[in-house]
Design a protein around this ligand. Structure first.
Ligand code: BEZ
Ligand code: FE
Length: 284
């Protein structure tokens, strides 16, 4: 006879109910989740009131989700979970460009622009030239790589957050490399900004004494045939939030130079992307 539920063996009682035919990976993941969830409640001696508060919080988080707003991803991001899953799934050899959090503001299908084009369409901010090369691990330039970029404007908002204020595709574009693997475009020096904090995740951060800010960064999605996609940012090194990004996205190797040469009116940030060849048979 299956065992009755007891406090001592609560997780075992739940996991014993799984059918023999359940997908083996689902069994493994769910069994571990149940075990850790029960262990957590036991460790903190969770009160009924606390669990009711948690359910209300999760309910509000779900209710805020829409095509434009993904509060659960914000929750995952601010708990460092997005970065953990990303790290587990994107272990790369030394020298390869590291991944970081994707964020909610990517838009598929940005205009393909010519090298050197300006992606800042609202005329705000400090002009900055972004350039570098897309390389293979052995230093070979990659032709036909697509460097898809997006960032906030000088007021700290993405175009999709201000559809009635900013021009469509403001601070976005795709650049396809030629034989020398180089890319080059003009934009604005990114500024730090708060993640959307007018919902339950913002309330959680406030209760925890945490600020909602991300250090200034430029987003990149770099794709090339036969290579692992890189989803990353470059960070502005002197940003006050560099050491405490609210979504834990900063990695030392992603802090890029942002320099203003004497006499030059624009900033310049040079960063090379180093891509890893796809493992035989892999599909990404
Ligand atoms: C972003 O950098 O666009 C971002 C990342 C995580 C949460 C919110 C925003
Ligand atoms: Fe961002």
């Amino acid at each position: 006879m299956a065992e009755f539920f007891t406090e001592d063996r609560s997780a075992e009682a739940v996991n014993a109910r799984m059918g023999e035919d359940a997908n083996p990976r689902l069994r493994q993941v769910m069994a571990s989740l149940v075990q850790h969830l029960h262990a957590f409640a036991k460790e903190v001696e969770l009160t009924q009131k606390e669990w009711d508060t948690a359910i209300a919080f999760l309910t509000a988080t779900g209710q805020l989700c829409s095509a434009e707003r993904q509060e659960f991803i914000l929750l995952s991001d601010t708990l460092g979970f997005s970065m953990l899953v990303d790290a587990i799934n994107n272990r790369r050899p030394p020298g390869a460009t590291e991944n970081t959090v994707f964020g909610p503001f990517y838009v598929e299908g940005a205009p393909i622009r010519a090298m050197g084009d300006n992606i800042s369409l609202d005329g705000k901010g400090e002009s900055c030239i972004f350039e570098g090369r897309v390389l293979d691990l052995d230093g070979t330039p990659l032709e036909g790589a697509c460097v898809d970029v997006w960032c906030d404007n000088a007021d700290g908002f993405y175009d999709v957050q201000q559809p009635d204020i900013q021009p469509k595709w403001n601070n976005r574009g795709r650049f396809v490399t030629g034989p020398d693997g180089s890319y080059r475009y003009r934009g604005v020096k990114p500024v730090s900004y708060p993640i959307p904090d007018d919902g339950p995740v913002g309330q959680m951060l406030a209760h925890l004494g945490r600020h909602p800010y991300r250090p200034a960064h430029m987003h990149f999605k770099v794709t090339a045939p036969g290579h692992e996609t890189i989803i990353t940012h470059t960070f502005v090194g002197d940003d006050p939030y560099l050491a405490d990004d609210t979504v834990f996205g900063v990695k030392e190797t992603l802090v890029a130079p942002f320099e203003r040469a004497e006499g030059e009116t624009a900033w310049r940030s040079v960063f090379n992307f180093v891509m890893v060849p796809l493992a035989e048979g892999a599909a990404r």
